[in-house]
Design a protein around this ligand. Structure first.
Ligand SMILES: Nc1nc2c(c(=O)[nH]1)N[C@H]1C(S)=C(S)[C@@H](COP(=O)(O)O)O[C@H]1N2
Ligand SMILES: [Mo]
Length: 311
């Protein structure tokens, strides 16, 4: 996600040797955590069955991206713009205690201690692809619960048409926030039907552990059919709103990043193609899938939307 700079050789083009060398080691680690089974065919993608189990997603068997890459190659501008900055600079961040505010058009607004806020929700492990707008992707075993549970508990009124999310502002712990690289706080949003979709996950962990700071501790969104920037990290506030909310990247560069940001190989970014992507840890590029491969589950939401206009 670079603004105002040529992006001739995106970082995604450079696959460090160690990624390749260490894959087996990381798969072994995943095995120890009991997660290798989670990549069995049919488990990727999720979507709930009536019993709350994970249903078959997009076809094909995909390897998990190694834990080391998931936690050392990140976008989290609050900790710096380099891919390793979040890993290097997030050590002083304190994800506890944490409060989260729910506000706006709902019957049950409030300010909650995070642990009370999470307590009613059973955590599930789900393997989702995350496809960055910069044309790299990962396959990550997330731990979380559907966002729709939180929204239901807030009892939204009919005026709630969108959900807006806000990241914490803590320049003392987030060195990136000491410069004005973005208009802090980082903000994102979803249309209500997207927020209520069973694939949309509120996430508290990955690889069976609590979220590392660099991945958005203690609570982040994961919206697997949208470009990664929609998956806002370290959330402190949720607003149920009537109008399409302000979102950081679409405000920063509206001709490059839209509100919807659905993964779409047919709609290029003005400065690069979105047709293919590099899976972190692989050498050859692979084709990007419409809606990141989740189309059979999400495309009905966009039946009436011109996806070239509403990118
Ligand atoms: N608050 C905040 N959330 C954020 C970002 C950010 O800079 N700040 N970067 C986004 C982008 S561009 C991507 S690709 C994903 C990356 O998530 P990951 O680091 O866990 O892979 O986080 C998203 N969430
Ligand atoms: Mo991204």
């Amino acid at each position: 996600m670079l603004i105002g700079k040529p992006n001739d050789i995106p970082p995604s083009e450079i696959t460090p040797e160690r990624d390749y060398m260490n894959r087996r080691a990381f798969m072994a680690e995943a095995g120890k955590l009991g997660l290798v089974g989670a990549v069995a065919p049919g488990l990727l993608g999720g979507g709930e069955t009536g019993r709350g189990r994970v249903a078959p997603g997009p076809p094909g068997q995909e390897e998990l991206t190694p834990y080391e890459d998931v936690t050392r190659y990140n976008n989290f501008y609050e900790f710096g713009t380099g891919k390793e900055d979040p890993y290097r600079n997030s050590g002083d961040f304190n994800p506890r205690p944490w409060t989260i505010e729910v506000a706006g058009h709902c019957a049950k607004p409030g300010v909650f201690d995070l642990d009370d806020f999470l307590q009613p929700h059973a955590l599930e492990d789900r393997v989702y692809r995350l496809r960055c707008v910069e044309a790299w992707s990962m396959v990550i075993p997330w731990r979380g619960f559907p966002l729709n549970r939180v929204i239901a508990r807030a009892e939204p009124t009919s005026a709630a048409k969108y959900v807006a999310f806000t990241t914490v502002v803590r320049p003392s712990e987030m060195p990136g926030q000491r410069s004005r690289i973005l208009d802090w706080p980082y903000r994102e949003g979803l249309r209500m039907d997207e927020a209520m979709h069973p694939l949309t996950l509120f996430t508290t962990g990955l690889y069976g552990r609590d979220l590392p700071n660099q991945n958005g501790a203690p609570l982040r969104l994961v919206v697997p059919w949208k470009y990664g920037f929609k998956s806002i990290k370290s959330i402190v506030r949720i607003d149920l709103v009537e109008e399409m909310p302000y979102t950081t990247w679409s405000a920063m560069a509206p001709n490059e990043y839209g509100f919807f940001a659905n993964v779409n190989p047919e709609v290029d970014h003005p400065r690069w193609s979105q047709a293919r992507e590099r899976r972190i840890g692989e050498f050859r590029k692979r084709p990007t899938l419409m809606f990141n491969g989740y189309g059979n589950q999400v495309s009905p939401m966009y039946a009436d939307l011109d996806l070239r206009r509403w990118y």
